[in-house]
Design a protein around this ligand. Structure first.
Ligand SMILES: [Zn+2]
Length: 115
């Protein structure tokens, strides 16, 4: 298990436990995550790490659902938002490298199903 993903899983668990304390639930049955295509995070490693860090916690046995939003960047040359597969790629419309990433680099807890 890569240390990076492990600490991210720990961070996700921290978020869940904070919400559990605020909203007073004791069981999480499903967790929806967004892991952007540009986030440098391997969703498979997150899935594995999540099972490990949530053992004996409020999220033990919770189903993990992972959305992978595509990378999005604003191209200064065409003044429009384009989809890019990875960082460092040129604009697919005009070939410019003047791109500013505007989406798909997130790692976020979107939704919790609790009981
Ligand atoms: Zn462009």
């Amino acid at each position: 298990m890569p240390v990076h993903e492990m600490s991210l899983c720990q961070g996700i668990l921290d978020i869940i436990e904070e919400r559990a304390a605020v909203d007073r639930f004791s069981r999480v049955t499903k967790v929806r995550l967004s892991i952007g295509a540009l986030s440098h995070v391997d969703p498979k490693a997150i899935g594995f790490g999540f099972d490990v860090v949530t053992r004996d916690t409020v999220a033990d046995g919770a189903v993990l659902e992972i959305d992978q939003p595509p990378g999005q960047a604003f191209c200064m040359a065409c003044s429009s938002t384009v989809t890019i597969p990875t960082r460092g790629q040129p604009c697919p419309s005009c070939g410019s490298h003047q791109l500013m990433v505007v989406g798909g680099d997130e790692l976020r807890v979107d939704e919790l199903e609790v009981s």
